[in-house]
Design a protein around this ligand. Sequence first.
Ligand SMILES: C[S@@+](CC[C@H](N)C(=O)[O-])C[C@H]1O[C@@H](n2cnc3c(N)ncnc32)[C@H](O)[C@@H]1O
Length: 512
Amino acid sequence: MAKKASNPTKELYQELRTIPWLRLWQEEAPRFQQSTSEEKTRRVAVIRAIGAGFAEANQPSLKEPVRQWLLSLLQDPSEKVRRYAMTALPKIGAGRTEERELLALLQKTHVDREKKFVGKALDKIGGSATLDLIRAQGSALPQLSEQRAKANLARQQKPSSIRLQAPLSEWTEIRLHLRCRTGLEPILSREIKDTGAKFRIMEIRPGLLTLAPTAPFRLDDLYTLRCFSTASFLLGTLPQSREVSEPLALLIASPLSRRLLQTFTDGPIRYRLEFVAKGHQRGAILKIVQRAYSLCPDLLNDSREAPWAIEVQPGPSGDFVELRPRLTPDPRFPYRQQDVPAASHPPLAAAMARLAGPFPDETVWDPFCGSGLELIERVRLGGVSRVLGTDLSPAAIEATRSNWQAARFSGVRTDFVQKDFREFSSIPGYGPGSITLLITNPPLGKRVPIPNLRGLLEELFETASVALRPGGRMVWINPLKIKPPATSLRIEFQQTVDLGGFACRLEMLRKQ
Ligand SMILES: C[S@@+](CC[C@H](N)C(=O)[O-])C[C@H]1O[C@@H](n2cnc3c(N)ncnc32)[C@H](O)[C@@H]1O
């Protein structure tokens, strides 16, 4: 086998990336400055390493000196040094001054490779001056596109947002796709039926419900539903076994897409295009978004901080093209102020709470409360007078307290206690038969190995049998599909649920 040619610049870069960033900046940058021009050309990796490491280093106060240093390198006599500096500049969040310098360089240089790199840098940071150049000279460089420059400008000037409260008056042809963890479809369907008449279920597939609105609606009507993971508008379905670029561009720029984007966006419309099941498709995406732009120049493709995603999702007879508002943080769970490493997926916690159903004068216990999502979701549904959360970890108890406070409930007595769940009986005010609902997502033994998970879960059954009042329920995720002791807890509901790559069982048991 032929030996791969070594690349000393790449090797130096990899070596430099192992050095803490601050040391790089304090030692390597001055050393670079003092070196001869041959030495500089040999050590250009220093520029790349400082640019790439800047964001991870979290040193905002050093942004200005780093920016000035990179700007000064744009004047270096070596084309290679200039090229490395212009690649590093967008990484530190460059702006108008850098754009001006790059455009000046473009006028000066006759080196094609340098022009290409200026084009690439301007593609990332170019704004109004770049747009003027493109408009005056046509596409001055193949790397520059009017669409990218407009998107950069739009992002810099006004970060767009999703209008949750805008009503959609023409709604009859709309189809919505709600995606959920596979296995949660029955609970999500129930939620849709129970919580109002604005949406009708048209079809149920694993992990996907298709809905039709039954009245004018707003996005926040949709976001009253808590058990779905993502919600999107179906723009259409692509033809099978044909070149899909043109049909996809037509769907992106379709009257339906424009109407939805115009109704629900505050500010310039920017979207990111993604082939969900196919990974990176840079070339294809570029062609499609350019075509969509030529059809509708108001829709700007932008992979950075775009408020919308247009996603191509696998479908049974042709891929679905879906338009999804990118709402982060999820507006349904604003109380999530603190997290724990193994926190539950919030829509799963909401689904567990719905599965539990009501009980008069409910006392709820989550023995492994983590950040408290199941407890909070259950209390949101009403009828709870008392809540107990236990967890071994002090950080988890603190997270539960802070999330509980942010959820702003009143009239519910709470006890959040740092304890092993097996010490339940020693918690003042609780004892045998005091709990009406035990709701929990226990350690699953996936991310954090548990020495004897089966033993732990068997002890959970034993403790639940004692803690629950007759008729009380235990709603939980059963990672090992173990059976409860036959005499005390009867299974009422069982459903295999995808927990993000591995299957567990969601169960409801009732104390006899
Ligand atoms: C899967 S996480 C719970 C996530 C939680 N539902 C949430 O929404 O954030 C499991 C939790 O169990 C806790 N834990 C593990 N063993 C425990 C034990 N013996 N007693 C109490 N808590 C325990 C861990 O500290 C961890 O916070």
